[in-house]
Design a protein around this ligand. Structure first.
Ligand code: ADP
Length: 441
Protein backbone atom coordinates (compact mmCIF):
# COMPACT_ATOMS: atom_id res chain seq x y z
CA UNK A 1 0.00 0.00 0.00
CA UNK A 2 2.79 2.34 0.99
CA UNK A 3 4.52 1.61 -2.31
CA UNK A 4 1.33 2.21 -4.24
CA UNK A 5 0.75 5.59 -2.60
CA UNK A 6 4.38 6.53 -3.38
CA UNK A 7 4.06 5.38 -6.93
CA UNK A 8 0.74 7.15 -7.55
CA UNK A 9 1.89 10.41 -6.02
CA UNK A 10 5.06 10.43 -8.10
CA UNK A 11 3.18 9.52 -11.24
CA UNK A 12 0.75 12.38 -10.73
CA UNK A 13 3.58 14.85 -10.05
CA UNK A 14 5.59 13.73 -13.09
CA UNK A 15 2.57 13.88 -15.39
CA UNK A 16 1.62 17.33 -14.09
CA UNK A 17 5.13 18.68 -14.66
CA UNK A 18 5.49 17.21 -18.15
CA UNK A 19 2.07 18.39 -19.21
CA UNK A 20 2.72 21.90 -17.93
CA UNK A 21 6.07 21.97 -19.75
CA UNK A 22 4.53 20.91 -23.06
CA UNK A 23 1.70 23.42 -22.69
CA UNK A 24 3.98 26.31 -21.72
CA UNK A 25 6.39 25.49 -24.56
CA UNK A 26 3.51 25.55 -27.02
CA UNK A 27 2.22 28.89 -25.76
CA UNK A 28 5.66 30.40 -25.60
CA UNK A 29 6.60 29.11 -29.04
CA UNK A 30 3.53 30.65 -30.60
CA UNK A 31 4.40 34.02 -29.11
CA UNK A 32 7.98 33.61 -30.25
CA UNK A 33 6.86 32.77 -33.79
CA UNK A 34 4.66 35.82 -33.98
CA UNK A 35 7.50 38.00 -32.75
CA UNK A 36 9.92 36.59 -35.37
CA UNK A 37 7.39 37.23 -38.12
CA UNK A 38 6.80 40.77 -36.91
CA UNK A 39 10.56 41.46 -36.93
CA UNK A 40 10.86 39.97 -40.41
CA UNK A 41 8.05 42.18 -41.65
CA UNK A 42 9.68 45.33 -40.20
CA UNK A 43 12.99 44.34 -41.79
CA UNK A 44 11.34 43.66 -45.12
CA UNK A 45 9.55 47.01 -45.09
CA UNK A 46 12.78 48.84 -44.29
CA UNK A 47 14.74 46.93 -46.90
CA UNK A 48 12.12 47.53 -49.56
CA UNK A 49 12.71 51.26 -49.30
CA UNK A 50 16.37 50.98 -50.27
CA UNK A 51 16.46 47.77 -52.22
CA UNK A 52 17.41 47.67 -55.84
CA UNK A 53 19.31 44.98 -57.71
CA UNK A 54 22.19 47.45 -58.15
CA UNK A 55 22.94 48.17 -54.52
CA UNK A 56 23.06 44.62 -53.20
CA UNK A 57 26.82 44.97 -52.69
CA UNK A 58 26.24 47.95 -50.40
CA UNK A 59 23.65 46.08 -48.42
CA UNK A 60 26.11 43.30 -47.78
CA UNK A 61 28.73 45.85 -46.81
CA UNK A 62 26.29 47.46 -44.38
CA UNK A 63 25.81 44.09 -42.80
CA UNK A 64 22.09 44.16 -43.54
CA UNK A 65 22.10 40.61 -44.82
CA UNK A 66 24.17 39.17 -42.02
CA UNK A 67 21.34 37.57 -40.14
CA UNK A 68 18.77 37.75 -42.83
CA UNK A 69 18.64 35.98 -46.10
CA UNK A 70 17.33 38.32 -48.73
CA UNK A 71 15.89 37.09 -52.00
CA UNK A 72 14.40 38.98 -54.89
CA UNK A 73 12.02 37.16 -57.19
CA UNK A 74 10.31 38.53 -60.27
CA UNK A 75 6.59 38.16 -60.94
CA UNK A 76 7.25 34.92 -62.87
CA UNK A 77 8.98 33.30 -59.97
CA UNK A 78 12.52 33.60 -61.37
CA UNK A 79 15.07 34.40 -58.69
CA UNK A 80 16.83 37.66 -59.52
CA UNK A 81 18.97 37.97 -56.41
CA UNK A 82 19.78 35.89 -53.32
CA UNK A 83 22.14 36.91 -50.55
CA UNK A 84 23.27 33.33 -49.91
CA UNK A 85 23.15 31.41 -53.19
CA UNK A 86 23.71 32.25 -56.76
CA UNK A 87 20.31 32.89 -58.48
CA UNK A 88 21.44 30.65 -61.36
CA UNK A 89 21.42 27.60 -59.11
CA UNK A 90 17.98 28.32 -57.78
CA UNK A 91 14.76 26.94 -59.24
CA UNK A 92 11.57 28.84 -59.84
CA UNK A 93 10.22 30.27 -56.61
CA UNK A 94 6.74 31.15 -57.87
CA UNK A 95 5.32 28.08 -56.16
CA UNK A 96 6.63 28.87 -52.65
CA UNK A 97 3.64 29.61 -50.43
CA UNK A 98 4.94 32.97 -49.19
CA UNK A 99 5.87 34.10 -52.73
CA UNK A 100 2.62 33.11 -54.38
CA UNK A 101 0.74 34.71 -51.50
CA UNK A 102 2.71 37.94 -51.86
CA UNK A 103 2.17 38.01 -55.63
CA UNK A 104 -1.53 37.62 -55.11
CA UNK A 105 -2.15 39.67 -51.96
CA UNK A 106 0.81 41.96 -51.53
CA UNK A 107 2.44 40.06 -48.68
CA UNK A 108 2.91 36.45 -47.67
CA UNK A 109 4.45 34.42 -44.90
CA UNK A 110 5.48 30.85 -44.15
CA UNK A 111 7.60 28.83 -41.77
CA UNK A 112 9.33 25.62 -42.82
CA UNK A 113 11.08 23.15 -40.58
CA UNK A 114 14.57 21.94 -41.44
CA UNK A 115 15.27 18.32 -42.22
CA UNK A 116 16.86 17.82 -38.78
CA UNK A 117 13.84 19.35 -37.03
CA UNK A 118 16.26 21.50 -35.06
CA UNK A 119 15.57 24.76 -36.88
CA UNK A 120 12.69 26.56 -38.47
CA UNK A 121 13.06 28.96 -41.35
CA UNK A 122 10.65 31.87 -41.27
CA UNK A 123 9.84 33.64 -44.52
CA UNK A 124 8.22 36.98 -45.12
CA UNK A 125 7.59 38.12 -48.70
CA UNK A 126 6.57 41.58 -49.83
CA UNK A 127 5.46 42.66 -53.32
CA UNK A 128 7.28 45.77 -54.36
CA UNK A 129 6.07 48.54 -56.62
CA UNK A 130 7.74 47.12 -59.72
CA UNK A 131 5.84 43.83 -59.26
CA UNK A 132 8.81 41.82 -58.05
CA UNK A 133 8.82 40.17 -54.64
CA UNK A 134 11.33 40.87 -51.89
CA UNK A 135 11.63 37.95 -49.50
CA UNK A 136 13.44 37.98 -46.20
CA UNK A 137 14.11 34.84 -44.24
CA UNK A 138 15.75 33.90 -41.00
CA UNK A 139 16.35 30.78 -39.10
CA UNK A 140 15.26 30.25 -35.52
CA UNK A 141 14.95 27.39 -33.05
CA UNK A 142 12.15 25.00 -33.87
CA UNK A 143 9.65 24.04 -31.19
CA UNK A 144 11.47 20.73 -30.71
CA UNK A 145 14.73 22.52 -30.18
CA UNK A 146 13.09 24.82 -27.70
CA UNK A 147 11.63 21.85 -25.85
CA UNK A 148 15.00 20.14 -25.72
CA UNK A 149 16.42 23.42 -24.47
CA UNK A 150 14.13 23.58 -21.47
CA UNK A 151 14.43 19.85 -20.75
CA UNK A 152 17.43 20.00 -18.33
CA UNK A 153 15.60 22.57 -16.22
CA UNK A 154 12.40 20.55 -16.29
CA UNK A 155 14.24 17.38 -15.33
CA UNK A 156 15.87 19.11 -12.37
CA UNK A 157 12.50 20.38 -11.17
CA UNK A 158 11.06 16.93 -11.72
CA UNK A 159 13.76 15.32 -9.62
CA UNK A 160 13.23 17.81 -6.80
CA UNK A 161 9.44 17.39 -6.89
CA UNK A 162 9.67 13.61 -6.97
CA UNK A 163 11.95 13.66 -3.97
CA UNK A 164 9.47 15.93 -2.21
CA UNK A 165 6.64 13.55 -3.11
CA UNK A 166 8.59 10.64 -1.75
CA UNK A 167 9.18 12.40 1.56
CA UNK A 168 5.59 13.64 1.87
CA UNK A 169 4.15 10.26 1.00
CA UNK A 170 6.43 8.56 3.51
CA UNK A 171 5.38 11.00 6.18
CA UNK A 172 1.68 10.64 5.43
CA UNK A 173 1.59 6.87 4.97
CA UNK A 174 3.66 6.53 8.12
CA UNK A 175 1.07 8.57 10.01
CA UNK A 176 -1.71 6.44 8.54
CA UNK A 177 -0.09 3.11 9.21
CA UNK A 178 1.62 3.60 12.56
CA UNK A 179 -1.56 3.46 14.67
CA UNK A 180 -2.58 0.28 12.85
CA UNK A 181 0.79 -1.32 13.54
CA UNK A 182 0.57 -0.37 17.21
CA UNK A 183 -2.97 -1.74 17.32
CA UNK A 184 -1.87 -5.03 15.79
CA UNK A 185 1.10 -5.29 18.16
CA UNK A 186 -0.88 -4.84 21.34
CA UNK A 187 -4.63 -4.67 21.08
CA UNK A 188 -5.33 -4.57 24.80
CA UNK A 189 -2.97 -1.73 25.64
CA UNK A 190 -4.15 0.39 22.74
CA UNK A 191 -6.17 3.44 23.72
CA UNK A 192 -8.90 4.65 21.42
CA UNK A 193 -7.58 8.22 21.71
CA UNK A 194 -4.27 7.21 20.13
CA UNK A 195 -5.91 6.71 16.76
CA UNK A 196 -6.90 9.50 14.39
CA UNK A 197 -10.53 10.39 14.01
CA UNK A 198 -11.34 8.16 11.03
CA UNK A 199 -9.78 5.14 12.70
CA UNK A 200 -11.65 5.39 16.02
CA UNK A 201 -14.79 3.43 14.97
CA UNK A 202 -12.59 0.70 13.53
CA UNK A 203 -10.49 0.50 16.71
CA UNK A 204 -13.65 0.41 18.82
CA UNK A 205 -15.12 -2.39 16.72
CA UNK A 206 -11.93 -4.45 16.76
CA UNK A 207 -11.56 -4.04 20.52
CA UNK A 208 -15.15 -5.04 21.12
CA UNK A 209 -14.79 -8.07 18.89
CA UNK A 210 -11.57 -8.98 20.61
CA UNK A 211 -13.21 -8.75 24.03
CA UNK A 212 -16.12 -10.86 22.77
CA UNK A 213 -13.70 -13.50 21.54
CA UNK A 214 -11.88 -13.54 24.88
CA UNK A 215 -15.20 -13.74 26.72
CA UNK A 216 -16.36 -16.56 24.45
CA UNK A 217 -13.13 -18.45 25.01
CA UNK A 218 -13.44 -18.03 28.79
CA UNK A 219 -17.07 -19.23 28.74
CA UNK A 220 -16.06 -22.28 26.72
CA UNK A 221 -13.18 -22.99 29.08
CA UNK A 222 -15.45 -22.69 32.12
CA UNK A 223 -18.01 -24.89 30.42
CA UNK A 224 -15.45 -27.60 29.69
CA UNK A 225 -14.24 -27.51 33.28
CA UNK A 226 -17.83 -27.72 34.55
CA UNK A 227 -18.72 -30.57 32.20
CA UNK A 228 -15.68 -32.55 33.33
CA UNK A 229 -16.59 -31.98 36.94
CA UNK A 230 -20.26 -32.90 36.41
CA UNK A 231 -19.34 -36.10 34.56
CA UNK A 232 -16.86 -37.11 37.19
CA UNK A 233 -19.35 -37.33 40.09
CA UNK A 234 -21.76 -39.94 38.64
CA UNK A 235 -18.88 -41.89 37.12
CA UNK A 236 -17.08 -42.06 40.47
CA UNK A 237 -20.26 -43.26 42.07
CA UNK A 238 -20.83 -45.92 39.37
CA UNK A 239 -17.24 -47.09 39.74
CA UNK A 240 -17.61 -47.27 43.54
CA UNK A 241 -20.78 -49.35 43.40
CA UNK A 242 -19.29 -51.65 40.77
CA UNK A 243 -16.23 -52.16 42.93
CA UNK A 244 -18.40 -53.18 45.87
CA UNK A 245 -20.34 -55.59 43.68
CA UNK A 246 -17.09 -57.02 42.35
CA UNK A 247 -16.04 -58.31 45.77
CA UNK A 248 -19.09 -60.64 45.73
CA UNK A 249 -19.54 -60.02 49.45
CA UNK A 250 -22.64 -57.83 49.18
CA UNK A 251 -25.90 -59.23 50.44
CA UNK A 252 -28.85 -59.54 48.10
CA UNK A 253 -30.39 -56.40 49.55
CA UNK A 254 -27.15 -54.51 49.12
CA UNK A 255 -26.78 -55.71 45.55
CA UNK A 256 -30.19 -54.24 44.82
CA UNK A 257 -29.22 -50.93 46.45
CA UNK A 258 -25.92 -50.75 44.58
CA UNK A 259 -27.62 -51.54 41.28
CA UNK A 260 -30.16 -48.80 42.02
CA UNK A 261 -27.27 -46.41 42.67
CA UNK A 262 -25.60 -47.36 39.41
CA UNK A 263 -28.89 -46.94 37.57
CA UNK A 264 -29.45 -43.45 39.01
CA UNK A 265 -25.92 -42.27 38.24
CA UNK A 266 -26.08 -43.69 34.73
CA UNK A 267 -29.35 -41.82 34.15
CA UNK A 268 -27.74 -38.64 35.38
CA UNK A 269 -24.89 -39.15 32.95
CA UNK A 270 -27.34 -39.74 30.12
CA UNK A 271 -29.34 -36.60 30.98
CA UNK A 272 -26.18 -34.57 31.18
CA UNK A 273 -24.84 -35.81 27.86
CA UNK A 274 -28.21 -35.24 26.20
CA UNK A 275 -28.34 -31.65 27.44
CA UNK A 276 -24.75 -31.00 26.37
CA UNK A 277 -25.52 -32.29 22.89
CA UNK A 278 -28.62 -30.09 22.67
CA UNK A 279 -26.65 -27.04 23.78
CA UNK A 280 -23.85 -27.62 21.33
CA UNK A 281 -26.38 -28.07 18.55
CA UNK A 282 -28.00 -24.79 19.50
CA UNK A 283 -24.56 -23.15 19.69
CA UNK A 284 -23.49 -24.07 16.21
CA UNK A 285 -24.97 -21.53 13.85
CA UNK A 286 -24.52 -23.83 10.85
CA UNK A 287 -27.07 -26.23 12.24
CA UNK A 288 -30.15 -26.26 10.07
CA UNK A 289 -33.07 -24.49 11.66
CA UNK A 290 -36.18 -26.02 10.14
CA UNK A 291 -39.31 -24.05 10.90
CA UNK A 292 -43.01 -24.78 10.53
CA UNK A 293 -46.28 -23.45 11.87
CA UNK A 294 -46.46 -24.98 15.35
CA UNK A 295 -49.70 -25.02 17.31
CA UNK A 296 -48.45 -23.97 20.74
CA UNK A 297 -51.79 -24.64 22.35
CA UNK A 298 -51.74 -28.27 21.23
CA UNK A 299 -48.05 -28.67 21.99
CA UNK A 300 -48.49 -27.38 25.56
CA UNK A 301 -51.47 -29.61 26.12
CA UNK A 302 -49.51 -32.70 24.99
CA UNK A 303 -46.56 -31.74 27.15
CA UNK A 304 -48.78 -31.38 30.21
CA UNK A 305 -50.29 -34.82 29.56
CA UNK A 306 -46.85 -36.33 29.14
CA UNK A 307 -45.59 -34.86 32.40
CA UNK A 308 -48.58 -35.95 34.52
CA UNK A 309 -46.82 -39.09 35.90
CA UNK A 310 -43.83 -36.93 36.80
CA UNK A 311 -46.11 -34.44 38.60
CA UNK A 312 -47.85 -37.21 40.46
CA UNK A 313 -44.51 -38.57 41.63
CA UNK A 314 -43.77 -35.14 43.17
CA UNK A 315 -47.34 -34.85 44.47
CA UNK A 316 -47.90 -31.77 42.36
CA UNK A 317 -51.09 -30.91 40.46
CA UNK A 318 -50.20 -30.04 36.85
CA UNK A 319 -52.96 -28.24 35.03
CA UNK A 320 -53.42 -26.94 31.51
CA UNK A 321 -55.66 -23.88 31.49
CA UNK A 322 -58.07 -24.31 28.61
CA UNK A 323 -60.62 -21.85 27.36
CA UNK A 324 -58.76 -19.46 25.03
CA UNK A 325 -59.60 -19.11 21.37
CA UNK A 326 -57.15 -21.80 20.40
CA UNK A 327 -57.05 -21.36 16.63
CA UNK A 328 -54.78 -18.34 16.69
CA UNK A 329 -52.00 -19.79 18.82
CA UNK A 330 -49.61 -20.93 16.11
CA UNK A 331 -45.98 -19.97 16.19
CA UNK A 332 -43.52 -20.20 13.31
CA UNK A 333 -40.67 -22.18 14.76
CA UNK A 334 -38.88 -25.46 15.24
CA UNK A 335 -41.27 -27.94 16.81
CA UNK A 336 -38.62 -30.00 18.54
CA UNK A 337 -37.06 -26.95 20.15
CA UNK A 338 -40.41 -25.57 21.27
CA UNK A 339 -41.22 -28.96 22.81
CA UNK A 340 -37.91 -28.85 24.65
CA UNK A 341 -38.66 -25.34 25.92
CA UNK A 342 -42.08 -26.36 27.23
CA UNK A 343 -40.73 -29.50 28.80
CA UNK A 344 -37.89 -27.70 30.61
CA UNK A 345 -40.12 -24.97 32.03
CA UNK A 346 -42.84 -27.42 33.20
CA UNK A 347 -40.28 -29.87 34.56
CA UNK A 348 -38.65 -27.12 36.64
CA UNK A 349 -42.04 -25.94 37.94
CA UNK A 350 -42.73 -29.51 39.13
CA UNK A 351 -39.28 -30.21 40.55
CA UNK A 352 -38.92 -26.94 42.46
CA UNK A 353 -42.33 -27.32 44.06
CA UNK A 354 -43.67 -28.54 47.37
CA UNK A 355 -45.83 -31.62 47.87
CA UNK A 356 -49.43 -30.56 47.32
CA UNK A 357 -48.29 -27.68 45.11
CA UNK A 358 -49.68 -26.59 41.74
CA UNK A 359 -48.40 -25.85 38.26
CA UNK A 360 -50.53 -23.94 35.75
CA UNK A 361 -49.70 -23.87 32.03
CA UNK A 362 -51.43 -21.44 29.72
CA UNK A 363 -51.17 -20.46 26.06
CA UNK A 364 -52.99 -17.29 25.02
CA UNK A 365 -52.95 -14.34 22.67
CA UNK A 366 -52.08 -11.01 24.25
CA UNK A 367 -51.56 -7.74 22.37
CA UNK A 368 -51.09 -9.55 19.05
CA UNK A 369 -48.43 -11.78 20.56
CA UNK A 370 -48.62 -15.37 21.66
CA UNK A 371 -47.88 -15.88 25.31
CA UNK A 372 -46.84 -19.09 27.01
CA UNK A 373 -47.16 -18.96 30.78
CA UNK A 374 -45.83 -21.55 33.24
CA UNK A 375 -46.73 -20.70 36.82
CA UNK A 376 -46.09 -22.58 40.06
CA UNK A 377 -46.57 -21.98 43.74
CA UNK A 378 -43.29 -23.70 44.57
CA UNK A 379 -40.17 -22.64 46.42
CA UNK A 380 -39.46 -19.54 44.30
CA UNK A 381 -36.10 -18.07 43.28
CA UNK A 382 -34.29 -15.53 45.48
CA UNK A 383 -34.04 -12.17 43.71
CA UNK A 384 -30.23 -12.13 43.61
CA UNK A 385 -30.17 -15.44 41.68
CA UNK A 386 -32.84 -14.53 39.16
CA UNK A 387 -30.39 -13.03 36.64
CA UNK A 388 -27.99 -15.94 36.77
CA UNK A 389 -30.19 -19.05 36.58
CA UNK A 390 -29.99 -18.94 32.76
CA UNK A 391 -26.22 -19.46 32.89
CA UNK A 392 -24.87 -22.95 32.23
CA UNK A 393 -24.63 -25.10 35.37
CA UNK A 394 -25.92 -22.33 37.61
CA UNK A 395 -28.19 -23.71 40.32
CA UNK A 396 -29.66 -22.01 43.36
CA UNK A 397 -29.73 -25.20 45.40
CA UNK A 398 -27.25 -27.65 43.98
CA UNK A 399 -28.27 -30.69 45.99
CA UNK A 400 -31.97 -30.24 45.25
CA UNK A 401 -31.24 -29.90 41.55
CA UNK A 402 -29.15 -33.07 41.54
CA UNK A 403 -31.59 -35.01 43.68
CA UNK A 404 -34.39 -34.28 41.26
CA UNK A 405 -32.29 -35.19 38.22
CA UNK A 406 -31.39 -31.65 37.16
CA UNK A 407 -28.34 -31.00 35.01
CA UNK A 408 -28.13 -27.24 35.52
CA UNK A 409 -28.47 -26.78 31.76
CA UNK A 410 -32.27 -26.67 31.32
CA UNK A 411 -32.70 -22.90 31.45
CA UNK A 412 -29.53 -22.30 29.39
CA UNK A 413 -31.17 -24.40 26.66
CA UNK A 414 -34.42 -22.40 27.13
CA UNK A 415 -32.50 -19.13 26.70
CA UNK A 416 -30.93 -20.37 23.45
CA UNK A 417 -34.25 -21.57 22.03
CA UNK A 418 -35.86 -18.22 22.83
CA UNK A 419 -33.04 -16.37 21.09
CA UNK A 420 -33.34 -18.61 18.02
CA UNK A 421 -37.07 -17.82 17.83
CA UNK A 422 -36.59 -14.08 18.46
CA UNK A 423 -38.92 -14.46 21.41
CA UNK A 424 -38.59 -12.86 24.86
CA UNK A 425 -38.90 -14.06 28.42
CA UNK A 426 -40.23 -12.51 31.62
CA UNK A 427 -39.68 -13.94 35.07
CA UNK A 428 -41.53 -13.15 38.28
CA UNK A 429 -40.55 -15.10 41.34
CA UNK A 430 -40.74 -14.78 45.07
CA UNK A 431 -39.27 -17.14 47.63
CA UNK A 432 -42.01 -19.20 49.29
CA UNK A 433 -44.68 -17.86 46.95
CA UNK A 434 -43.81 -19.30 43.56
CA UNK A 435 -42.49 -18.57 40.09
CA UNK A 436 -44.15 -17.36 36.91
CA UNK A 437 -42.34 -17.49 33.57
CA UNK A 438 -43.87 -15.89 30.48
CA UNK A 439 -42.48 -16.40 26.98
CA UNK A 440 -43.64 -14.00 24.26
CA UNK A 441 -43.59 -15.04 20.61
P1 ADP B 1 -31.63 -27.65 36.73
O1 ADP B 1 -31.32 -28.77 35.86
O2 ADP B 1 -30.73 -27.56 37.92
O3 ADP B 1 -33.06 -27.52 37.09
P2 ADP B 1 -32.06 -25.26 35.15
O4 ADP B 1 -31.14 -24.57 34.24
O5 ADP B 1 -33.32 -25.81 34.62
O6 ADP B 1 -31.20 -26.35 35.87
O7 ADP B 1 -32.41 -24.24 36.29
C1 ADP B 1 -31.40 -23.53 36.96
C2 ADP B 1 -31.77 -23.26 38.40
O8 ADP B 1 -32.85 -22.34 38.46
C3 ADP B 1 -32.25 -24.47 39.12
O9 ADP B 1 -31.20 -25.20 39.67
C4 ADP B 1 -33.14 -23.87 40.20
O10 ADP B 1 -32.38 -23.51 41.29
C5 ADP B 1 -33.70 -22.63 39.55
N1 ADP B 1 -35.08 -22.80 39.05
C6 ADP B 1 -35.46 -23.03 37.78
N2 ADP B 1 -36.81 -23.07 37.66
C7 ADP B 1 -37.30 -22.87 38.89
C8 ADP B 1 -38.65 -22.78 39.44
N3 ADP B 1 -39.71 -22.94 38.67
N4 ADP B 1 -38.74 -22.56 40.75
C9 ADP B 1 -37.67 -22.39 41.53
N5 ADP B 1 -36.39 -22.45 41.07
C10 ADP B 1 -36.21 -22.70 39.79
Amino acid sequence: MKKRVNYMLMLIAASAILLTTVLLTLIYYNLFREQVMKDLRTNALLLAQEFSLDNTEEMIADGLTEELRVTCIDSNGTVLYDSVQSPKDMDNHGGRPEVSEALAAGEGRDARISSTFAENTFYYALRMQDGSVLRVAREADSIYQMFIGVLPGVLTVLAVVLLGCLLVSRLLTGKLIRPLQRLAANLDAYEEEEAYEELTPFVRMIKEQHQDIIKGARIRQDFTANVTHELKTPLTSISGYAELLETGMASEKEVQRFAGGIHKSANRLLNLINDIIKLSELDSSEQEFVTEQVDMYELAQTCVEMLQPNAEKHQVTLEFEKGEQRKCCTVKGNKQMLEELLYNLCDNAIRYNNPGGNVWVQVATREEQIMLKVKDNGIGIPFEHQDRIFERFYRVDKSRSKQTGGTGLGLAIVKHIIARHHASLELDSEVGVGTEIRVWF
